[in-house]
Ligand binder design. Structure first.
Ligand SMILES: C[S@@+](CC[C@H](N)C(=O)[O-])C[C@H]1O[C@@H](n2cnc3c(N)ncnc32)[C@H](O)[C@@H]1O
Length: 383
């Protein structure tokens, strides 16, 4: 075999070399994220065996070895749950709404479930018993208890966290949710038809695509950054400045309003005017929903949508340093990115995703009680 390998050959070679299964997707990932350089164009992609050897020599210590080196040899590796994929740690209703302080469900299973006791000596709960989580946050314990046939009671001081917990364990009329979502979506489309922001966003995306293909080709750009051929701290902002006049002329052409009248308060500061108008529109629609459980879950869809529509960079979704209302160099994606100009796509995506997740949980849930607690009315109005 020569030094040049196709993706398939590389996966076979690496499987032998590492004595563990390396799939073609693993190899594609290394190319896509610039870990090893690609030779040749799409369709005939190849990589050098010597580059793969260099990469594996540097990186092939196991995660367990690396973590133990940093945190101490007495680390209980079972509790790292490192074998789980993100789709498993955020399964079904656990991803109805983000919550930073969340347990992964596998941690709750570890402490509650009596059929995984191969990991431990003591089993804490048996089916039919009742668990109390007095700081239940986003409700992980309540959901997993239900799945495992254990009753659960949850309490939380935060009205919003209580709402998230409640929507995860409630039972729904899925037909009603679909009707309400379709109805709001239709009205939102009508509302947007008098505005120019979706057209603007499409034109902007088209221009960005051309610009990014030229100056940030994928995956070559990321590889050059990793191998320090390009300093993206200088190159990225320079190119972002170069793109800015085009962005401004599109704003003008489509008459897009960015700033709100006031910068005071979260909703004024972190959302551009166009998005704020859409949020207020959907919020008014939600107020009119008759069925209280449908109303709660749709409020959570809107809240998740609002969270993803904040005027911030992709790298700063968690901390929120400064509002980002222009296109910018995004280190995470290695190209020029843009803030959102409409909630529409997020709304549609999260509405579909929510219905799918509720159905998945419906298939797993037992008849156990998840005693709901009333969300604090006063706090709820504030959030
Ligand atoms: C780390 S979170 C728990 C996360 C949860 N295990 C989950 O998976 O989502 C801690 C929770 O305790 C709640 N909390 C803090 N002080 C409290 C109190 N005095 N009474 C009730 N809840 C409280 C917070 O609102 C927060 O939601």
């Amino acid at each position: 075999m020569s030094d040049l390998l196709s993706i398939r050959e590389a996966s076979q070679w690496a499987t032998n070399y590492l004595d563990k299964k390396v799939t073609t997707s693993n190899i594609s990932y290394l190319i896509q994220y610039g870990r090893v350089p690609r030779i040749g164009e799409n369709g005939t992609t190849q990589i050098k065996k010597s580059d793969l050897i260099d990469y594996y020599k540097k990186n092939n210590r196991t995660k367990e070895e690396r973590w133990k080196e940093q945190l101490g040899q007495d680390l209980n590796w079972i509790l790292s749950f490192s074998e789980y994929k993100e789709s498993e740690t955020t399964k079904h209703v656990h991803r109805l709404h983000p919550y930073k302080g969340k347990f992964i469900p596998q941690l709750v299973e570890y402490f509650l479930d009596d059929h995984i006791d191969k990991f431990k000596k003591e089993v804490f709960f048996q089916k039919g018993q009742t668990v109390l989580d007095p700081f239940c946050g986003s409700g992980t314990t309540l959901v997993q208890s239900n799945e495992l046939g254990v009753n659960a009671v949850g309490i939380d001081i935060s009205a919003f966290n209580s709402l998230i917990s409640n929507v995860k364990v409630l039972r729904y009329d899925l037909g009603d949710i679909r009707i309400v979502v379709n109805n709001i979506t239709k009205k939102l489309i009508e509302f947007l038809s008098s505005k120019k922001n979706t057209e603007f966003e499409k034109a902007l995306s088209d221009e960005l695509k051309l610009f990014n293909n030229k100056y940030f080709p994928s995956p070559e750009f990321k590889y050059k950054v990793r191998s320090k051929e390009i300093d993206d701290k200088i190159y990225g902002p320079e190119k972002a400045d170069e793109f800015l006049p085009g962005y401004k002329s599109l704003l003008k052409k489509y008459n897009i309003q960015l700033s709100q009248k006031s910068n005071e308060g979260f909703l004024n500061k972190w959302f551009i005017q166009e998005i704020r108008d859409e949020i207020d529109f959907v919020f008014e629609e939600i107020k009119q929903i008759k069925n209280p459980t449908t109303k709660r879950i749709i409020s959570i869809i809107l809240s998740r949508t609002i969270r993803s529509s904040r005027a911030t960079t992709h790298a700063d979704l968690g901390t929120l340093v400064e509002p980002q209302t222009t296109t910018y160099y995004c280190k995470k994606h290695g190209k020029i990115c843009k803030p959102s100009f409409s909630i529409f796509n997020w709304w549609l995506r999260y509405a579909k995703d929510t219905i799918k997740r509720i159905k998945q949980f419906d298939e797993l849930r037992t008849k156990m009680n998840n005693n709901l607690f009333k969300e604090n009315e006063k706090l709820q109005k504030v959030t």
